[in-house]
Write a protein that binds this ligand. Sequence first.
Ligand SMILES: Nc1nc2c(ncn2[C@@H]2O[C@H](COP(=O)(O)OP(=O)(O)O)[C@@H](O)[C@H]2O)c(=O)[nH]1
Ligand SMILES: [Mg+2]
Length: 208
Amino acid sequence: MAPVSALAKYKLVFLGDQSVGKTSIITRFMYDKFDTTYQATIGIDFLSKTMYLEDRTVRLQLWDTAGQERFRSLIPSYIRDSSVAVIVYDVASRQSFLNTSKWIEEVRTERGSDVIIVLVGNKTDLVDKRQVSIEEGESKAREMNVMFIETSAKAGFNIKPLFRKIAAALPGMETLSSAKQEDMVDVNLKSSNTNASQAQAQSGGCAC
Ligand SMILES: Nc1nc2c(ncn2[C@@H]2O[C@H](COP(=O)(O)OP(=O)(O)O)[C@@H](O)[C@H]2O)c(=O)[nH]1
Ligand SMILES: [Mg+2]
């Protein structure tokens, strides 16, 4: 039996080409801000947020890729142990949409079917620059058997629904193996960065 006090924790990794808005989505969700200078100063590997669902509480660990997009060899170790892969493209960039196939394949290679994958079409506010329709996004998601949603980190559109959707799809506590919980490291600060403790405080001073 799972201990009553154990809070189910899940690692979410954000993948996708550079500049599609991964950091902006995380920032919008965590702080309800749209601030592109944030990532440059933070130096923390992941941010935690607790979500209170109707029937349970889950703790999400949001792992941003800060530049790892360029170092593909680092990606497998980053994906390992993840419960959820959020694969983002920019609806105003067809290339970023096409590249999501590679990201999805990479996640499947590393995690098989033991992972929830969400395809996210971000920047819907760029109405005049849109190159990928919602139908194309939906169709690809169906084809690849992944979830789908469109968002705008800038306008704050569909950001909470994205995370609610993810949380609702997570397995309940009874199916979460205790080994998985023990494997989780809670806060992983980069030693080289002096802003790290400040960043932790900003993230709600979490006792995680
Ligand atoms: N118009 C618009 N711009 C966005 C949106 N999300 C991110 N951006 C911009 O796109 C650029 C890249 O965003 P960023 O979050 O750093 O992308 P990342 O490289 O995937 O983390 C920045 O200039 C952001 O301001 C959005 O929803 N709408
Ligand atoms: Mg980023």
